[in-house]
Design a protein around this ligand. Structure first.
Ligand code: DGL
Length: 294
């Protein structure tokens, strides 16, 4: 159902515990949330969209990021999903309110839950944010942390090289080039010496081991917050509170859609999720262009 008014009507009639959860990201990153969703909500069917034809988002302007995010939502909501997990740190920082305004649907982003976890964990009040340049510039994490604890300072480091590395499969623990780049970014935090690091872009947990190892060498005992996994927990709370959790765990499906060739996605996704994923489908996202006036 592609027409906005029709879909709204369709949704209000159709949503129930058996409806799938929609998850989207610019590419592979949202899988870090899917992995956690599958672990803590084994009864849910998942529809995933990775906008691999337009990745990266995090180096683009807020206008373009918002436009892409609206198209992504438009695609996902055509499946009658009961909630959408916006598993993209960049979209969550920049466009979440626009998405909530334009779609009659619960949209859960990654910023609130990750900021909450960081504020809970930090002892020295120094929280580092590793994220895309767009997320760092937007300062959503600073605002969210300030609401929770006035003694916490957040320093954001834009890490534009991480997303292409992940998307191109440079995710093995011994990958020399990823280690070098991680070193470059983390060394900027030497003086600050955080005790919590938020992986504010959902792509980064795919290279978590590399980031964590180098961070420990530099800062000692440091707690890593995985923003995608935290958001998955927020989805569970939301479904439980609204009696929307599917408790029937038999025959669950996760269906994956991408907007470019499926090959890279399949191999990296299988590696990361620890299971073979099949039936990844390429779609034409331009057909879901969101035209409603904002
Ligand atoms: N995974 C996304 C994020 O969490 C987007 C990365 C990108 O496309 O630049 O920010």
């Amino acid at each position: 159902v592609n027409n906005f008014a029709e879909r709204k009507l369709y949704l209000s009639v159709q949503i129930n515990q058996k409806s799938p959860i929609g998850v989207f990201d610019s590419g592979l990153g949202g899988l870090t949330a899917v992995r956690e969703l599958k672990r803590i909500l084994p009864g849910e069917d998942i529809i995933y969209f990775g906008d691999t034809g337009r990745v990266p988002y995090g180096t683009r302007s807020p206008e373009i990021i918002t436009k892409y995010a609206l198209d992504d939502m438009n695609f996902l909501t055509s499946f009658g999903v009961k909630a959408v997990l916006c598993a993209c740190g960049t979209v969550s920082s920049i466009a979440i309110e626009v998405l909530r305004k334009n779609f009659d649907m619960p949209v859960i982003g990654v910023v609130e839950s990750a900021a909450r976890k960081a504020c809970k964990k930090t002892k020295n009040g120094k929280v580092a944010l590793l994220a895309t340049p767009a997320t760092v510039k937007n300062r959503a994490y600073e605002r969210e942390c300030a609401k929770l604890r006035s003694d916490v300072s957040v320093i954001g480091i834009g890490c534009p090289m991480f997303v292409p590395l992940v998307e191109n499969g440079y995710i093995k623990n011994d990958c020399t080039v990823t280690k070098l780049i991680a070193d470059e970014y983390l060394s900027k935090l030497k003086e600050f010496s955080p005790d919590v690091i938020i992986l504010g872009c959902t792509h980064y947990p795919l290279i978590r081991n590399i980031i964590e190892q180098r961070a420990r060498e530099l800062f000692g005992d440091v707690h890593i917050v995985d923003s995608g996994a935290q958001a998955a927990k927020a989805v569970k709370s939301f479904l439980d509170e609204n009696d929307l959790t599917n408790l029937n765990t038999s025959k669950k499906t996760a269906k994956f859609y991408v907007s470019d060739e499926t090959h890279n996605f399949v191999s990296s996704a299988s590696l990361f999720l620890g299971e073979e994923i099949s039936g990844v489908e390429k779609i034409d996202i331009s057909k879901f262009c969101y035209n409603k006036t904002l």
